[in-house]
Design a protein around this ligand. Structure first.
Ligand code: GUN
Length: 296
């Protein structure tokens, strides 16, 4: 068997076009263009690249991207003050704080300081809480990007599907586990302390790897016919970009597989554009401070 490709680039482009149309509709109604503040602290090259992609996508879609680039030595108090100013600024609809933050900053405290109505990353306890309850407001971007990719290409009844996620991070593993539980998949969440990882992979009808370890999942571990999603982006010593899964060997086992690059990465960015458009639309509607009947 040779797997078919879950093409994230093609679908993300389609989603960006749809978001661009949504932005035009807002402008035609005389409303503000959606504005996303992207906060980057420090000089981590990987974060700089992710942020560049996010700002480029904003430009494609017609979302105004406000760059908040801060030095590595920014204090937690300073960052909290900046978040507070962005929360109060009615011309800003979405706030994204790029993670990881420098060690001296408590990222949970920062995430929780973002107005949940502007939390287009879907990481605030309010948004994760509603996702846990099965009624998400803002979905977290990578998990939602993956769900959208699967729903677009596959006619998959998630109910009872044996899903293995390799990651228990707040950016990928935890929200994705909740998304999959909400559609009644049976979910195993594996991580660095999991014993016999291979067994969990071998039993998975749906495998999602986001461990950040180059090609740690061997192709022959994959269950024949499995759906394989690789969130990893790792650079080999020769500079080659690879995922967490041995792509060539896994492609011979799987029924569907994401490429690296061109799978999950663009979907995360497209989900962010959707969320930002939605935040701008919600800001125009009168709504109760917490989720309620007026929520859209
Ligand atoms: N770092 C890597 N991916 C992400 C993401 O989706 N959101 C944020 N805030 N930081 C990240």
């Amino acid at each position: 068997m040779t797997a078919q490709i879950l093409d994230g680039v093609a679908l993300a482009n389609q989603m960006q076009t749809e978001a661009a149309n949504g932005v035009q509709l807002l402008l035609q109604q005389g409303l503000l263009a959606p504005t996303l503040a992207v906060v980057l602290v420090g000089n981590d090259p990987a974060s700089q690249l992710y942020v560049k992609h996010k700002r480029q996508a904003c430009a494609n879609v017609g979302i105004i991207s406000r760059a908040v680039d801060l030095p590595e030595n920014t204090s937690e108090t300073e960052l909290l003050q900046i978040i507070s100013a962005l929360n109060a600024d009615t011309t800003v609809h979405g706030i994204l704080v790029q993670l990881p933050l420098p060690q001296h900053i408590n990222s949970n405290k920062i995430i929780a300081a973002v107005d949940p109505n502007k939390d287009v990353d879907g990481l605030h306890p309010y948004n994760l809480g509603w996702l846990t309850l099965g009624e998400p407001v803002f979905h977290s971007c990578t998990a939602h990007g993956i769900m959208t990719l699967l729903r677009h290409y596959l006619d998959l009844e998630f109910k009872g599907v044996a899903a293995t996620i390799i990651s228990h991070s707040i950016l990928v593993g935890k929200p994705l586990a909740l998304e999959l539980l909400n559609v009644n998949a049976t979910v195993n969440v594996c991580h660095a302390f999991t014993k016999n990882l291979k067994t969990y992979v071998e039993n998975a009808d749906l495998l999602i790897a986001a461990a950040g370890v180059a090609e740690m999942v061997k192709g022959d571990w994959i269950k024949p016919g499995a759906i394989v999603v690789d969130v990893g982006t790792n650079h080999l010593p020769d500079g080659k970009l690879v995922g967490d899964i041995e792509f060539i060997a896994a492609k011979e086992q799987a029924s569907w597989i994401t490429p690296v690059p061109g799978g999950v990465g663009p979907m995360t960015v497209a989900a962010l554009m959707q969320n930002t458009l939605r935040a701008a639309k919600r800001a125009t509607a009168t709504r109760a401070p917490a989720r309620g009947a007026t929520d859209i």
